[in-house]
Design a protein around this ligand. Structure first.
Ligand SMILES: [Zn+2]
Length: 281
């Protein structure tokens, strides 16, 4: 009888461990996956729709990804251009799929032309620590809604993440405070929110990722000199040849930064360090 109870107990606890299917969550870009993984922990399995190295303006999800979307509990959108092309179709094809727009409720920068589209607002909301914190809270609420039994764990994970992001914000604020009002150049305008948060200015070389003509290039070099630009940011999805031309002409430096990389906290920290190390005093 004693052995029977022990066995029964073992079966029940083993069964409980196995019963916990991961909560399947889809996101558009890798920085969102980083957020969801931090809040969800091992309870959550994240599907990132945009492939690494792909352009967020022109990407179109392959059928293999679309098939997987049918098994997701929720899709966290963020407002990147490729969503506009196919999210409406996805909504029609999978009316049961829950879609949460993380960019909703954020204070957004208006009127930025973006590769392939002219947007009403700057879609790169994730280059702001303040925005990341708001989105993490939304993710926490959504995960708790989908799996209330893990509410304590999700809340504890979120609290740890939020503390990390708060520290990151303080660190970046201190590092960049001496450079308030200073400018940096970028080929693709992914750093508008970062600039806004820390009182910097983003000067865009060519928003659509096209080649710049010689006359415009000369004007950009003149402007870079006038603005005492020391750093030009490039990202792997766009050519860096012309960024190098400008940087060389002004004795500045090209810094490769991928705003679409998974660990967005590390990316933002690298951006702040590169800027502060190169900035002219
Ligand atoms: Zn972009």
């Amino acid at each position: 009888m004693k052995v029977g109870f022990a066995l029964l107990f073992w079966l029940v606890s083993a069964g409980a461990g196995l019963a916990a299917e991961p909560l399947r969550v889809a996101v558009s870009i890798a920085p969102q996956a980083w957020l969801v993984e931090a809040v969800g922990g091992p309870e959550v399995e994240v599907l990132t729709v945009l492939r690494p190295g792909s352009n967020a303006a022109t990407f179109s999800p392959p059928p293999s990804v679309l098939r997987k979307l049918g098994r997701q509990a929720v899709y966290f959108a963020i407002g990147v251009p490729f969503e506009q092309a196919w999210l409406p179709a996805l909504r029609k094809a999978m009316p049961g799929l829950r879609i949460v727009a993380l960019q909703q409720g954020l204070v957004r920068i208006e009127g930025v032309a973006h590769a392939g589209h002219a947007h009403d607002f700057d879609p790169h909301v994730w280059t702001s620590v303040a925005n990341l914190r708001r989105m993490a809270a939304r993710i926490r609420d959504e995960l708790i809604h989908l799996r209330p039994s893990e509410s304590t764990r999700f809340t504890a994970n979120w609290r740890m993440l939020d503390e990390r992001l708060k520290q990151l914000d303080t660190e970046l604020r201190e590092r960049l405070a001496p450079h308030r009002g200073a400018a940096f150049m970028v080929f693709h305008p992914a750093w508008g929110y970062f600039a806004r948060d820390y009182g910097l200015r983003q000067i865009v070389i060519e928003p659509f990722g096209k080649q710049v003509g010689p006359r415009r290039l000369m004007r950009l070099i003149e402007r870079a000199r006038r603005e005492r630009i020391a750093v030009v940011f490039v990202q792997p999805q766009f050519s860096e040849r012309q960024a190098r031309l400008i940087a060389d002409a002004i004795g500045g430096r090209v810094t490769r930064l991928d705003p679409l990389a998974h660990d967005i906290a590390a990316t933002l920290r690298r951006a702040a360090r590169a800027f502060a190390n190169e900035a002219r005093r």
